[in-house]
Write a protein that binds this ligand. Structure first.
Ligand code: PSU
Ligand code: MN
Length: 311
């Protein structure tokens, strides 16, 4: 029998049998990233969250496929031992963006996959839906630093629907939306007209499109791909009960951004630095909200995956 896995460069891509079987049978699968595990949350909350998010995907009737890089392979679907290894490594693991992948595979390093590389791996494996927390974007001050996340280019080119809670206001959200437009990425607000700002339900920017059903989002994504399009960004606001108000978090975000500048943090270290400082500055409030919104995104991603699977 030919499974999707047989069609792929098996020496590079290791697809968990449960994931491969679901894909071969046309059942719903949801990809999950691992930079959120290695560089986005402290241990052990990162491991607990990764497990909980997988459970949410399963409860939604889809098979979870958490993606990471180790032993010279892109691994799609982590068993308990692999998930624990990735979580325990934390920031000692590498952070794999598109530019890093080949070298990390060649050197057999352990690495968390960002939104960009998780999209790449998902597309290679035949997975069309991916749930995360927040995407990378255009950093504040990018007119001087040129710091624009590779996530945005990847969204422009790779046909995967990414469910996120918008982008953290550590980023310049208007500029991020501009680049997404340039890249031809449909940004779809789920039951909202406002682009969400991760901890907050409204960034003050509008989404170009709003759809109120997972099935409608699946249909729009499928049409985008028929038209030769790449990524689709689904913006799913944090649940009301878990949201932090702007005034609760704005000062901490501004402080974290200023600290990064003073410390001369640059390049791939900027986002992990800001996430770490924010966790510390809010004494865990941001982490609790972060966990809630990732689960909320996993629920919607499972519904969209079911819609694409025809169920
Ligand atoms: N934003 C968050 N949490 C995260 C990330 C971004 O709120 O964990 C991670 C994601 O893996 C994202 C990556 O793809 O950081 C973006 O990094 P950079 O800005 O260096 O491209
Ligand atoms: Mn960057």
């Amino acid at each position: 029998m030919t499974t999707p896995n047989d069609l792929l460069p098996n020496d590079l891509l290791a697809v968990h049998p449960e994931v491969a079987e679901a894909l071969a049978a046309g059942r719903a699968v949801v990809a999950l990233e691992s930079t959120i595990v290695t560089h986005g949350m402290p241990f052990p909350q990162n491991l607990e969250t990764a497990r909980a998010v997988e459970a949410v995907v399963r409860a939604g009737g889809a098979v979870p496929a958490t993606i990471a890089v180790f032993d010279g392979r892109i691994v799609v679907g982590l068993d308990e031992a692999a998930l624990t290894r990735v979580a325990e490594a934390g920031a000692t693991a590498a952070k794999a963006s598109r530019r890093d992948l080949a070298v990390l595979l060649a050197s057999r390093r352990l690495a968390g996959t960002t939104v960009a590389t998780t999209m790449m791996a998902a597309a290679m494996a035949g997975i069309r839906v991916f749930a995360t927390g927040g995407i990378g974007g255009v950093h504040r001050g990018a007119e001087a630093s040129f710091d624009v996340s590779a996530d945005l280019r990847e969204l422009g080119r790779t046909p995967v629907a990414v469910v996120c809670a918008g982008a953290k206001s550590i980023l310049d959200i208007p500029k991020t939306l501009e680049v997404l437009e340039t890249e031809g990425v449909p940004v779809i607000g789920y039951r909202t007209d406002a682009f969400p700002a991760f901890f907050a339900r409204d960034s003050g920017e509008r989404v170009p499109h709003r759809l109120d059903g997972a099935g409608e989002i699946a249909a729009a994504a499928a049409l985008h791909w028929r038209l030769g399009g790449g990524g689709v960004l689904v913006a799913n606001p944090i649940p009301e009960a878990d949201a932090l108000s702007g005034s609760e978090i704005d000062a901490e975000i501004a402080r974290a951004v200023a600290e990064a500048q003073t410390a001369g943090v640059a390049g791939k270290d900027v986002t992990p630095f800001l996430l770490d400082r924010l966790n510390a500055l809010t004494a865990g409030r941001s982490l609790t909200a972060n966990i809630a919104l990732v689960k909320n995104n996993a629920t919607l991603a499972a519904e969209i995956a079911a819609g694409l699977a025809g169920g």
